[in-house]
Design a protein around this ligand. Structure first.
Ligand SMILES: C[S@@+](CC[C@H](N)C(=O)[O-])C[C@H]1O[C@@H](n2cnc3c(N)ncnc32)[C@H](O)[C@@H]1O
Length: 586
């Protein structure tokens, strides 16, 4: 390791920076030094410099997985500015062409980049008119079209625009029988976006009627079918419609958008159905809350996604490395199972949902993964994705985590993100998991914060008072009321982020059948009761730096009491949940 790297390991970042800059003076085109420089800038929360150095490193050594990983690690924390616009556009183009990244990380940049043109295009009424140059520009931009197939833009004005555009396309096709050629790929991308957000956009009875008519006419002629399919798919997923099989197979797929449409709305759901039929329940699910939660996720597997953060086998590292990076506590003790390159650590992912965490666990070298969930639909999605990424080290099981002892296995590492707060008694859940965790093992948890979710508490109260059911129609209706400002006390809910902008995530966010919320003090009690030791929160560097300024004596940032105070002053800190590792002493 070079001197800069040694200083960085020792958390002496100023020395690391000086030493790396000095070595670059001697050899400015050293891609490894530039990559390291990017890493140091990231730790210093100087993200524009981190971006510039990492991109320069990638220019000199394209496809370098470590540099790409660094970029993936901070891209979501960047804000578009005139100073970084060029670099950020380059990074964006690079990352939307990768299939081993979770593209939701790019949604903020998407919004910042495309919102001005979208707002300009939205000023013309109707949007679809030959003099709407902004629309023509959007339709011709491959980055916009591709992004719509990969990520959900969490912005009200973008949703309004796409909802209007969808309706205009529908009316146009219903009247004139075909989509203008220049808008065909955009319409297909819009169909993908609608599928990805699980048809969360508002739709009028008039639109529903027109869709029915389009389906009818598309069922009678192959040519009409080819012309109408993308518009129909903006309202209903293709796999749910009974069209002529030959026509579906022969739908023209010369472009990325048309291929993706058929793949995601037809072939992949069919594959999931086949997988679902093979899934057996390992042990009976009897807990009454677990049964309700299961029903919810059977209907809406959470969340739908195209790609996830995947690490190729050859680049995976020992689990201890990941835990060290994600924890603030230093000098952690690790068993050989977690450090050795030759061990085969056992990892449990409890409540794996659609498999994001499973794909993410590809970064653990030689891991033997067991992934459990209550919902067959979620498991089928997860199994399909794991297969797609060639992960053959995962044993998927349908079971309640309360019954995890039935697996008769002890794990070196357990991950349980966004699950325990949906159980009747989260402490019973953590206790069941802890019994299967090896002494010296680590557990990663993701739990809701009470302070960060105060908007959600208000939303849940409205939903309860209005007796809204947790159905797709009710969720759409509730969202419209929020978006049109009917609830004065919920004006900030659309800014909660991506979770508001897809059906399964909005259901999870506001309509969940069971929700507990935590405080740092409560986390401490929960961990103490299980004899687990808190290893520090996973948070952006800028937040950790702020905390350190306020609590300089808490060197490892592990005082949950201090975090309680910090959160009261900064109530949105844990909007993305409390996420942390804890260890079980040996
Ligand atoms: C909000 S999703 C989170 C999915 C995944 N952990 C992620 O972060 O992408 C919660 C998942 O936990 C599962 N779940 C909830 N309670 C469970 C239980 N008692 N046992 C097993 N899985 C459970 C649900 O079926 C659902 O798929």
């Amino acid at each position: 390791m070079n001197l800069g790297g040694i200083y960085k390991e020792l958390a002496q970042l100023d020395q690391a920076l000086a030493s790396t800059l000095k070595s670059l003076e001697l050899k400015p085109d050293n891609p490894t030094a530039l990559m390291n420089l990017g890493g140091i800038y990231k730790e210093l929360a100087q993200l524009d410099q981190a971006l510039a150095s990492t991109l320069k490193s990638l220019e000199l050594k394209p496809d370098n997985p470590d540099a790409l990983n660094n970029l993936k690690g901070f891209i979501d924390q960047l804000t578009l500015s005139s100073a970084n616009a060029l670099s950020l556009t380059k990074a964006y183009e690079l990352l939307i062409n990768l299939d081993n990244i979770s593209h939701k990380k790019l949604s903020k940049i998407f919004t910042q980049s495309f919102l001005p043109t979208i707002q300009e295009a939205a000023q013309t009424d109707p949007i679809i008119s030959s003099n709407n140059n902004a629309l023509n520009n959007l339709a011709a931009d491959w980055r916009l079209r591709k992004s719509l197939t990969l990520l959900i833009p969490p912005h009200q004005a973008i949703e309004n625009f796409l909802t209007r555009l969808r309706k205009e396309l529908l009316v146009l096709v219903a009247n004139q029988k075909s989509i203008p050629k220049s808008l065909k790929s955009l319409a297909e991308a819009l169909a993908m976006q609608s599928f990805l957000n699980e048809y969360v956009y508002a739709q009028s009875p008039e639109e529903e009627k027109l869709v029915e008519q389009l389906i009818d006419s598309a069922s009678s002629h192959q040519e009409t079918f080819n012309q109408n399919l993308a518009i129909i798919a903006c309202y209903l997923p293709i796999y749910q419609l009974s069209f002529n099989q030959d026509w579906l197979e022969n739908y023209p797929t010369a472009t990325y958008e048309s291929r993706t449409l058929i793949q995601t709305q037809l072939q992949e759901p069919q594959e999931e159905e086949r997988i679902k039929a093979t899934i057996e329940t390992d042990s009976e699910i009897s807990d009454s809350i677990s049964i309700k939660v299961q029903d919810m996720y059977e209907e809406n597997p959470y969340p739908r996604y195209r790609y996830a953060d995947f690490t190729d086998k050859s680049l995976a590292k020992s689990i201890s490395k990941a835990i060290e990076i994600e924890s603030t506590k230093q000098n952690l003790q690790f068993s050989e199972a977690l450090t050795s390159n030759h061990s085969r650590p056992k990892v449990l992912i409890a409540g794996c949902g659609t498999g994001n965490q499973v794909i993410n666990a590809s970064r653990y070298k030689n891991a033997q993964i067991t992934a459990i969930d209550l919902s067959s639909s979620s498991l089928a999605y997860a199994i399909r994705k794991a297969k797609e990424y060639g992960m053959d080290n995962v044993d998927f099981r349908k079971m309640d985590l309360l019954a995890v002892a039935a697996l008769d296995k002890i794990f070196d590492v357990i991950e349980c993100g966004g699950v325990l707060h949906h159980m009747e008694d989260p402490s019973k859940g953590i206790s069941a998991l802890n019994k299967q965790l090896k002494p010296g093992g680590y557990i990663k948890l993701g739990l809701y914060s009470d302070i960060a979710r105060q908007d959600i508490v208000i939303a849940r109260n409205h939903i309860k008072q209005l007796r809204l059911k947790s159905t797709a129609d009710s969720i759409r209706e509730f969202r419209q009321q929020v978006l049109t400002g009917e609830f004065k006390d919920l004006a900030s809910l659309p800014r909660f982020g991506r979770n508001f902008y897809s059906l399964s995530e909005c259901r999870d966010l506001c309509f969940h059948v069971q929700e507990h919320r935590f405080t740092p003090e409560f986390l401490q009690e929960l961990l103490d009761a299980e004899g687990l030791i808190f290893c520090g929160f996973m948070l952006p560097e800028a937040v950790k730096n702020n905390y350190q300024k306020q609590f300089p004596s808490d060197t490892y940032m592990t005082s949950l009491e201090n975090w309680g105070d910090f959160e009261k002053q900064n109530p949105t800190t844990f909007r993305a949940m409390y996420q942390f590792w804890a260890c079980k002493p040996s």
